[in-house]
Design a protein around this ligand. Structure first.
Ligand code: PMP
Ligand code: GLN
Length: 378
């Protein structure tokens, strides 16, 4: 069979999780919490199932959940999305991004991605018949390089994908940076896919500036969010897309023949759970404490800490410890040190090498302590 994705193998996240399990290593590779969600959320799933909410919901998602999400966006970011016509519930951010790409990218269109970037973006664009245009984030700081972004946008550009807070670099775009993006896109018809799955994990008083908060961006954006990250339930695979009605209409044409809709009881549970903003508003402080604990422990090692402004990832420059290439280093770290990590090279086409590994700190404190005991020897 001629492959539709000839250059794609198994994702690095699956590969490293399998190796961590095989070696009994502490898994700080794939990004997921090793602790459970709030039991109150589980009770709400149970309630919904017992209430008989187990059949297909409407194609676009349970109305109460769409309304709760619209209310949250209005309160936090100041844009009033119409829950009926502008919010869609998806099977996680992964399906949201693929569906947005399939809905807007025509064969021959170009889509700009900023490297390093999440590993699904480029294959999504290729499946749509589009051409991936890779623009590097500024080496060293991983901040957007607007001169290069502007230069990459041309008559064939259909869309740009932006991720803030950023996986893996943990950079949070400032309001000025979001506004600069808006200025660059203003004279064009380029669409924006804003991957904001870590929206509630921003540290040191920084602000998450959603594309929905900048009217010039919101008017052209699919804004993607994921409950998996926000409520510690990555396995539930429930997310949302907010987009103007015309974009949402095209999105739903693809969505209805992709998954049609998303599991019902979780949607009801999430809708009810969202009534209290405390869990998501408390997430930044929750993860900032873990970040600080983890960074303090790593200070004893020769691993050099990169800044971590948001997300649940801490990247380290390991060049004082080893000169192995990143993927080899991460395998060595998993096997010999007992801590699994993700090579940043996996977020670049062709595997650009910087001697940086990504560690996930969405773990119980005792898990972090166990990893730190091992990493502190480096
Ligand atoms: N985008 C980014 C930047 C991510 O880190 C992830 C998950 N790790 C996703 C999208 C996918 O999210 P979901 O699990 O909701 O599909
Ligand atoms: N997004 C998660 C990460 O970056 C992993 C999700 C996945 O396994 N596809 O680690």
């Amino acid at each position: 069979l001629p492959s539709r994705l000839p250059n794609v193998g198994t994702t690095i996240f699956s590969v490293m999780s399998a190796l961590a399990a095989e070696c009994g290593a502490v898994n700080l590779g794939q990004g997921f919490p090793d602790f459970d969600c709030d039991p109150a959320l589980l009770d709400r799933v149970n309630d919904a199932m017992r209430e008989g909410l187990n059949q297909y919901p409407p194609m676009a998602g349970v109305p109460a959940l769409r309304q709760a999400v619209a209310a949250k966006i209005a309160a936090l970011y100041g844009r009033a999305y119409d829950a009926e016509r502008e919010i869609t519930v998806t099977a996680g951010a992964t399906q949201a991004i693929l569906t947005a790409v399939l809905a807007c990218v025509h064969p021959g269109d170009e889509v700009v991605v900023l490297e390093p970037c999440y590993d699904s973006y480029a294959p999504n664009i290729e499946l749509a018949g589009g051409t991936v245009v890779r623009v590097p984030l500024t080496p060293g700081t991983f901040r957007p390089d607007f001169a290069r972004i502007a230069a990459a946008i041309g008559p064939r550009t259909r869309a740009i994908i932006v991720n803030t807070p950023h996986n893996p670099a943990a950079v949070v775009w400032t309001r000025a940076e979001m506004q600069r993006l808006a200025e660059i896109l203003a004279p064009t018809e380029v669409l924006l896919i804003a991957d904001e799955v870590y929206e509630h994990m921003v540290f040191d008083g920084a602000e998450h500036v959603s594309a929905s908060a900048i009217p010039e961006l919101a008017a052209r954006a699919f804004v993607v969010s994921s409950f998996g990250k926000t409520f510690h339930v990555t396995g539930w695979k429930v997310g949302t897309v907010a987009a103007p009605a015309a974009l949402t209409a095209e999105f739903r044409k693809v969505h209805q023949f992709n998954v049609f809709t998303v599991n019902t009881p979780m949607q009801h549970a999430l809708a009810r759970y969202l009534a209290d903003p405390a869990p998501y508003l408390g997430l930044a402080a929750f993860y900032q404490r873990k970040r600080d604990l983890f960074r303090a422990g790593l200070a004893a090692s020769r691993l050099k800490l990169l800044p971590c402004e948001g997300s649940y990832f801490q990247s380290v420059d390991y060049s004082a410890v080893s000169d192995l290439p990143e993927a080899e280093f991460c395998r060595w770290l998993t096997r010999e040190v007992g801590v699994a990590a993700i090579p940043i090279s996996a977020f670049y086409d062709g595997g650009f090498e910087q001697r940086i590994a990504r560690l996930c700190f969405a773990k119980r404190d005792d898990t972090l302590e166990r990893a730190l005991e091992r990493l502190a020897r480096l």
